[in-house]
Design a protein around this ligand. Sequence first.
Ligand code: NAP
Length: 252
Amino acid sequence: MIRADYQPTAGSLEGRVVLVTGATGAIGEQVCRQAAAAGATVVLLDKEIKTLETLYDRIVGDHQPEPAIYPMNLEGATFDHFPEVAQRVREGLGRLDGLVHCAARVGQVAPLELYDMEAWYRTLQVNLNAAFMLTQACLPLLRQSDQASIIFTTDVSGRSGKPYGGAYTVANAALEGLMRVLAQETADNTSVRINTLDPGIVASSLRAEEYPWENPLELTQPQQVVGAYLRLLGPEGRGYHGQQLTVEPAPR
Ligand SMILES: NC(=O)c1ccc[n+]([C@@H]2O[C@H](COP(=O)([O-])OP(=O)(O)OC[C@H]3O[C@@H](n4cnc5c(N)ncnc54)[C@H](OP(=O)(O)O)[C@@H]3O)[C@@H](O)[C@H]2O)c1
């Protein structure tokens, strides 16, 4: 468990650069805004330019460090595109201190026996392959930071299994494995901290797609879980490496 009742002090991420995928999603947006409020320059990566621009305007309007926008559809991205992301961050911002994976699609809710192969490939591409390729591409830059943090957002279904969760659940299980292997490989030769974070049930488009009958106002709100991300990104996250963490939401 990691508590989300954490409010970083203003400036605690000053001078730091944090790249967030799924930046305009429910959880991603909160991570971007709070990281910017703590002084970080945030690289906003998502697939819709309009929503990226809206988030950009909001962060600039709040008088926070000017973010960078990186429109990218992870579904169509090939392995050539990911080193380009890292290269552009290096050239434009000179460093990278945090990589937060929040991009995901639900895929198909169906038994594996009947699972549609196209949905399988598309979901694993966004939720797993893109996360791996981006992490691999960014590692050299993250290694240069004295305090880098990689957060893979995962879902409890990846730890426990879930019938009909399909490629979404399998991708989450694989992200847990990816984190563990990478955390072991980097433990002795880098200061990069790598963890998975399960936010629990949070109101979002992704949640609504799978559970349309739920009232989102009755669910945990993204603002209640974001503190856990900020904790892991900042100096307080130093003690965490190679852990499968679950968020204990802050009270409303
Ligand atoms: N909400 C929950 O209850 C819950 C529970 C456990 C884990 N999680 C995890 O939390 C993370 C954030 O999800 P969320 O709940 O905040 O959902 P969300 O609001 O739907 O955010 C997901 C984001 O990923 C983006 N995305 C989807 N496909 C993409 C692609 N091909 N290329 C680039 N970006 C893409 C979405 O963009 P568009 O909006 O443009 O499609 C959206 O901005 C995910 O990893 C999810 O698995 C959520």
